[in-house]
Design a protein around this ligand. Structure first.
Ligand code: BGC
Length: 368
């Protein structure tokens, strides 16, 4: 009896070894071609990208794996190492923190992996091969232009908010917005309500990175809903009623816009507010339909994903990807492919987001 069991166990062990060896030998069973690292699952924006990447890779003969860094640069580095160990040839990565991600991509570069910075630029390293992005200066400019076009009268109180200082995009968004807002602050259309740093720079049309840092440091939301809410509450508590009434709010993206809008909506001295956004997140599209958020900047993630995957496939096929320009990342000029953005408000929400099949009408209520 025990001899039979021994023989059976031996046979099982031999079978297992053969199976594992076969899997390793041809590499096909667990090898990943394209590694994708995204910043966080806590914002719908990046969950959208995940789904669009899955749809895109399903149409190719290649394999991919998507990992999330959950707001941590340490986790991001670990994710990159995991993907390197799985044999990736291309890494598509949205850094949690543009500077901190340098060491992760340098590790990938050492292994001969092609690095594509996705939506956010990885800064101060030469280990980034390509950058796939939306026109981020245009995002900020569009938000600001919306406030200019839809504000009435003069001395309109202007509340400024920005993204995380660790994200290069936060600088581009704010820089783009400032170019449009500054002349309108100078001519008395707007008066800054919540930033002494912006107030002290209000006569300067062009701001240096250091000057932008000072303002962003003061009005950052850190891309965080709670921080946005707390800041908005603090600002409204600090100001007198002449900085309330009909106000304009530059909010950097949809998540922060909803938090800030909810706070402004509860202040009875605020009679109306314009508030910007970005990403066309479903919750914000509903806010726009319900008149709780004024606009969003629609960044069609399908195009960005197609561009990034297109580049990755060209690299895997041994070709050189096409680019349309370049971005200075503080160390080197990174070849870039850039996509335009679309302003969406209540007027065109249906044509831009439903008729383009980005979302389904059934995702929303009250859509006319
Ligand atoms: C992206 C935005 C996003 C923000 C917060 C930025 O880098 O471009 O689309 O809303 O990060 O995650």
């Amino acid at each position: 009896m025990s001899r039979i069991w021994k023989a059976v166990s031996l046979a099982i062990v031999v079978m297992m070894f053969t199976f594992i060896a076969a899997g390793c030998a041809d590499g096909s069973s667990n090898e990943v071609n394209v590694g994708i690292v995204l910043p966080t699952k806590d914002e719908p924006r990046w969950v959208q990208d995940e789904q669009r990447f899955k749809d895109a890779i399903a149409k190719t003969d290649y394999t991919s794996e998507i990992l999330f860094s959950q707001g941590s640069s340490a986790k991001e580095k670990e994710n990159v190492e995991t993907l390197i160990s799985k044999g990736i040839d291309v890494l598509i990565i949205t850094p949690q923190d543009g500077d901190a991600a340098a060491s992760a991509v340098e590790a990938a570069k050492k292994e001969g992996i092609t690095v594509i910075s996705y939506d956010r630029l990885i800064t101060n390293t030469d280990a980034v091969d390509y950058y796939v992005t939306f026109d981020s200066l245009a995002v900020g400019a569009a938000q600001a232009q919306y406030l200019v076009d839809n504000s009435q009268g003069s001395d309109v109180p202007l509340y400024l908010y920005a993204g995380a200082a660790s994200d290069n995009n936060a600088f581009l968004f704010f820089e783009g917005a400032w170019k449009v807002l500054q002349p309108k602050i100078a001519d008395g259309t707007f008066k800054i309500a919540n930033s002494s740093e912006a107030e002290s720079l209000k006569d300067k049309a062009e701001l240096s990175r250091d000057e932008l840092s000072k303002i962003i440091g003061q009005v950052t939301t850190n891309w965080d809903a709670n921080e946005s809410k707390n800041k908005a509450q603090t600002h409204l508590t600090a100001v007198s009623d002449d900085l309330k009434g009909d106000v304009a709010i530059l909010a950097p993206n949809d998540g922060t816009a909803r938090s800030i809008a909810d706070v402004f909506a509860t202040d009875s001295a605020v009679t109306s507010f314009l508030v910007t956004g970005q990403d066309a997140e479903k919750a914000s599209v509903q806010y726009i339909i319900d008149n709780k958020q004024s606009m969003t900047v629609f960044k069609d993630v399908r195009t960005l994903v197609e561009d990034a995957m297109g580049m990755a496939i060209q690299v895997l096929d041994g070709k050189t990807p096409e680019t349309t320009g370049s971005y200075d990342n503080g160390n080197t000029e990174v070849k870039a492919k850039q996509t335009d953005v679309i302003v969406v408000d209540k007027e065109n929400v249906k044509s831009e987001l439903i008729e383009s099949e980005y979302y389904e009408a059934g995702d929303f209520t009250g859509l006319e």
